[in-house]
Design a protein around this ligand. Structure first.
Ligand code: MLT
Length: 332
């Protein structure tokens, strides 16, 4: 059942009831999106505030809202590795007023959850790719290791006691942890949080030992010396973190990972609405201030052809097939 979203005022409700057909109502086809948007737009972020997905969303929400002439309001709906927020977005009315900004987890969830309450491909209308974000392996400063080799040895020797923070099954941090376990041939304890924001706070505070997290969340802590950083999951070093080794340099060549983020509307959202959102996204991503913020946080703006419904749909399909192969059995 779609979430009932009554946004109309009393008078407008009376006027709407009085309309015997869409063409009889003033203001054009209210259901075909021709006059969209006429009010604020909610963007669901399926993780806690202050984390990497929240950061990316807030960087594009303001310029998109400026382009559309309506505010884009971020709504954090966290839990279950992003699947609670994605589920809520999938059930929203397809009118363009409830969107979802989510990442690679849209492609891993089908392999991780036996009973996922939505189909990431069938239940959403893609708008476009928003950002590509690498990951960094970090630990609390007093863990002991200072290089990836030393960390690998430490994990192998302490795998029953060391603790790894992630944002739940289906999160990017959980996926990176899975790949790290396979690369090192270990099985360490995972501590799930509702987002990488609260997770990194506990790494900094020493309540949890290490994690693999996106540069949009770790760059400040790494540059500020609040955590120990070991490697970044990009083929080349980042300009924003030039002293940080790549995973290949650190002896983990297979641990390359880019956390792609996409903007979605519920399936059946009118084409006119998707087209306006696509245009606003492209305008936001062309904004120099947005590009500079992304770059400072190690993120990159996707290629122009990927800032489209077709580009996001293709990435989601390709990645869903890939992770379906890599993730052999569900864990959620
Ligand atoms: C977040 O925004 O908290 C992260 O994307 C969580 C994760 O996927 O690790």
């Amino acid at each position: 059942m779609p979430i009932s979203r009554t946004r109309r005022t009393g008078a407008a409700v009376v006027a709407a009831i009085a309309c015997v057909s869409v063409t009889a109502c003033s203001g054009g086809g209210a259901d075909d999106g021709a006059d969209y948007p006429t009010e604020n737009i909610e963007v669901i972020v399926p993780f806690s505030a202050g984390g990497p997905t929240d950061t990316v969303t807030r960087l594009v929400a303001d310029p998109m809202g400026a382009e559309l002439g309506q505010q884009m309001v971020v709504q954090n709906v966290e839990g279950a590795g992003g699947t609670i927020g994605a589920g809520e977005a999938s059930r929203a009315r397809p009118d363009g007023y409830t969107l979802l900004l989510h990442h690679i987890g849209m492609s891993t969830a089908p392999a991780l959850y036996e009973n996922l309450p939505y189909d990431p491909q069938a239940d959403f209308a893609p708008v476009g790719l928003v950002a590509e974000v690498p990951m960094t392996i970090i630990s609390r400063n007093d863990l002991g290791p200072t290089t990836m080799d030393e960390l690998a040895t430490y994990i192998q020797q302490n795998q029953s006691t060391i603790t790894y923070a992630n944002a739940g099954v289906g999160s990017a941090s959980q996926l990176c942890g899975l790949l790290l376990e396979r690369a090192l041939g270990v099985d360490f304890q995972e501590v799930p949080y509702d987002g990488a924001g609260p997770a990194i706070a506990d790494v900094v505070g020493g309540q949890v030992d290490f994690m693999c997290d996106q540069t949009t969340n770790t760059s400040g802590q790494i540059r500020g010396g609040e955590v120990t950083a070991y490697a970044v999951t990009t083929p080349e070093r980042l300009e924003s973190l030039p002293d940080l080794q790549t995973t290949a340099e650190a002896g983990l060549p297979d641990l390359e990972l880019s956390i792609w983020h996409g903007l979605y509307a519920p399936a059946e959202t009118p084409e006119a609405v998707i087209s306006k959102l696509e245009g606003a996204l492209q305008t936001a991503l062309a904004d120099e201030a947005v590009a500079n913020s992304f770059s400072d946080l190690g993120a990159t703006v996707p290629a122009a052809e990927d800032q489209t419904p077709e580009g996001l749909a293709a990435r989601l399909a390709e990645q869903t097939a890939l992770w379906g192969e890599v993730i052999s059995e569900p864990v959620g």
